[in-house]
Design a protein around this ligand. Structure first.
Ligand code: GLU
Length: 339
């Protein structure tokens, strides 16, 4: 290649790179609405998987429900589908109680008293507690999440619950309610998590009385949210901890990157590697069918549909969010051009 051709070639490469950055920075309202509509249309007919049924009442949620939402850090909302249906937040509650404990005790308390490593094992694994020296492992699997609840600075069980609940409501920017039938169904069948809580207590990795932590954790998982609520919770993380609807600071800005790092490594349980590889975004899933992903500093993508894959992650929701991340080119490691 002669020098002139090389220069032209280099200029074209630079222009292309600048153009793709400009596209990523200048997503218009029409772009947001278009990708939400496209994701909804593309995956509405995907009927693989099945509702969670180890919590019996979750098997009764109509399996065909599907909602997709984007909420920006400025509070603009784009949506398609069943975005007003209230479902159980389940494990998507976990990172928000981590935020509360980080604020009360500093982020290092989570690192030291729970751990940060992804397990490569299912969300409710007891084996993970035996093979990792941290025992509680990370705050997004059940063991670590029950330990997180036990770390909330509380004078009583009522106080522990009130703090957990009002913190999650503040992230959503609205007074949420508990789905009492979900709580009863889950608490009646909570034997596995009770085993985990008791084991942790024995290993001195639980910081309150086990049954108290278990009740508050189960109640936290039974909070009802719709897909828009989830989107606003995520937009609050995108907005460095300030809820864009209420303007209330809900967590310190300095803790946000640490929380998002935990979501990136463990938010999809034993599928976290696959998720980060294909979607490139920190996210958290719940067995109620919700998934929340965060584009740091910009917006959140939330989706809900009850049918899950073997790892406990909603199939339509994960496909919709991955599609949007790819189309908008917002994966953290660079635009992911695969759909
Ligand atoms: N409450 C559920 C449990 O403890 C949450 C699981 C999930 O959403 O991943 O099993």
């Amino acid at each position: 290649m002669n020098i002139t051709i090389q220069r032209v070639f280099a200029a074209v490469i630079i222009a292309l790179a600048l153009a793709s950055t400009a596209t990523a920075a200048d997503i218009t309202p029409a772009d947001f609405q278009r990708v939400v509509d496209q994701a909804y249309a593309k995956y509405k007919g995907l009927n693989e998987g099945s509702n969670a049924d180890y919590i019996p009442i979750l098997a009764e949620t109509p399996s065909d429900l599907f909602g997709v939402v984007i909420v920006t850090r400025k509070g603009a909302i784009y949506s398609a589908g069943d975005v007003n249906y209230k479902f159980a937040i389940e494990s998507i509650s976990k990172p928000f109680t981590v935020a509360l404990v980080m604020e009360q005790q500093g982020p290092n308390a989570i690192r030291e008293k729970i751990g940060l490593e992804s397990t490569g094992l299912p969300f409710n694994s007891k084996l993970a507690l035996e093979i990792h020296k941290e025992r509680s492992v990370n705050p997004l699997v059940n063991a670590g999440a029950i330990a997180t609840v036990s770390m909330v600075d509380a004078k009583s069980e009522k106080d522990r619950w009130n703090q957990v609940f009002s913190n999650i409501s503040d992230f959503a920017g609205t007074k949420l309610t508990v789905l009492e039938d979900v709580y009863e169904s889950e608490y009646e069948n909570v034997w596995g998590n009770r085993g985990i809580a008791n084991l942790l207590y024995d290993y001195k990795r639980l910081y309150s009385e086990p049954e108290e932590a278990l009740r508050v954790y189960t109640r936290q998982c039974s909070i009802g949210v719709n897909t828009i609520d989830l989107g606003v919770m995520g937009a609050t993380l995108s907005n460095q901890g300030v809820n864009p609807i209420t303007d209330k600071r809900v967590m310190p800005a300095k803790d946000v990157p640490k929380l998002l790092a935990i979501m990136a490594t463990a938010g999809f349980y034993d599928e976290s590697g696959e998720w980060l590889y294909s979607a490139g975004l920190p996210a958290k899933t719940g067995v109620g069918g919700g998934i929340l992903a965060v584009v740091p500093g910009r917006f959140a993508i939330a989706a809900f549909s009850p049918r899950l894959n073997a790892a406990g992650n909603s199939i339509r929701s994960l496909n919709a969010i991955r599609y949007i991340s790819g189309k908008l080119g917002v994966g953290l490691f660079g635009p992911n051009l695969d759909e």
